[in-house]
Design a protein around this ligand. Structure first.
Ligand code: ADP
Length: 364
């Protein structure tokens, strides 16, 4: 647990970067500091490992004032990941990761074995160990950065815009990877970003900062989206926050309807006047047969109209709405966790579910 008590940072030029910050960061969870540029997120983060010293106030880690710990020692228990990974260019990937264990006095063989294990943990193939950072893509370098921060197995991880420099697809991979890793590692993570979507996606708690280093709101992503503390937070989380909020509404008991289906590779029968959902031999949707299509005997994949997104039953409602809106037939296709067809749902049904959702109706 990390506690900020009345923590203020004023730079020598008079700038107040962080203004009387009071908050408790939960142990074993991902807490995201989010807000526009210049609102004190990085300064708040770096005060935790004493790269920046607070002007006043106290920061406690597990009840202990960080000023009582020697900075170098303190940092051994705190992994640090920055944008563009900050790798040593003239060291191999393996040696980059082994750096911290070596500094902690491990012998070379043990440090390298640990580094190899960590590369696997962050999803990098073993042959990358001998390469140099410049031979890796941005996303791969970022994975090395995470591996390096985890090398000494610190209980705390500070991540400063770690995924900002990679393209959106790689970024999503890295976010998923971080969530997967965290599921195994249970670190106390503070993650800085200016991207509200990233914040609500990975944060168990979100701290929204505003200019002047003021904490505007601190809560779960659902709380911040549903009930912004003020105008600033409301405009920062965006006008589409209602839509984002759907990410947190689970769709229990979605009443799915049924439609006509046909299996690829099987005889099709007569021409149909309605849309028919095509399934593969495992029962997984693979496209639509348009009304009045003439199918010559057996149903084949060529000539199918491609479908929209699929909605996995039991996952948040955002996916259900998306499946309906992206479907060529306006019916979203619902599948089970194995991807097999379960039924269909319309946008109207999703909207009804949202209107009657207990979490919205009770306002809890
Ligand atoms: P964020 O991470 O939210 O972008 P920062 O913590 O980097 O914000 O900066 C907060 C404020 O402090 C900004 O106004 C920034 O210009 C100012 N600042 C940051 N570092 C220094 C410094 N070394 N000297 C003076 N002002 C600084």
């Amino acid at each position: 647990m990390i506690e900020f008590r009345d923590v203020t940072k004023q730079y020598p030029d008079g700038t107040i970067a962080v203004d009387k910050l009071n908050m408790t960061v939960d142990a074993g969870a991902i807490t995201v500091f989010v807000g526009p540029s210049g609102c004190g997120k990085t300064t708040s983060l770096r005060m935790v490992n004493r790269m920046i010293e607070a002007t006043s106030g106290t920061i406690l880690i597990d009840g202990k004032d960080i000023r009582d710990s020697e900075p170098a020692l303190l940092r051994r228990g705190i992994g640090y990941v920055i944008q563009q990974a900050g790798l040593f260019p003239h060291r191999t990937v393996l040696d980059n990761v082994a750096t911290v264990p070596l500094l902690s006095g491990w012998d070379k063989r043990k440090a390298r074995a640990r580094a190899a294990e960590l590369l696997e943990t962050v999803g990098l193939p073993a042959e990358f160990a001998k390469r140099y950072p410049v031979q890796l893509s941005g996303g791969q370098q970022q994975r090395v950065g995470v591996a390096r921060a985890l090398a000494a197995d610190p209980p705390i991880l500070l991540m400063d815009e770690p995924f900002s420099a990679v393209d959106p697809v790689v970024r999503e991979d890295l976010q998923n990877e971080l969530l997967r890793l965290q599921g195994e590692l249970d670190k106390t993570i503070i993650f800085v970003t200016h991207d509200i979507d990233e914040a609500v996606r990975i944060g168990e708690k979100v701290a929204v900062f505003r200019k002047g280093g003021v904490l505007a709101q601190y809560g779960t992503p659902a709380e911040v989206l549903r009930d912004p503390a003020d105008e600033f937070v409301a405009s920062f989380v965006g006008r589409d926050r209602g839509y984002r909020g759907l990410s947190f509404l689970e769709a229990d008991g979605v009443a799915v309807g049924q439609i006509t289906t046909a299996t690829v590779g099987q005889p099709y029968g007569d021409t149909k006047s309605e849309w028919v959902l095509a399934l593969d031999e495992h029962g997984r949707p693979c496209g639509w047969v348009a009304p009045e299509s003439k199918v010559d005997g057996v149903l084949r994949t060529d000539g199918l109209v491609s479908g929209g997104s699929l909605y996995t039953a039991g996952t948040p409602l955002r996916g259900a709405l998306d499946s309906a809106l992206s479907s060529p037939t306006s019916k979203g296709v619902v599948v089970d966790t194995e991807g097999k067809y379960v039924g269909v749902i319309s946008a109207r049904q999703v909207l009804d579910l949202i209107e009657n959702h207990p979490r919205l109706v009770s306002g809890s």
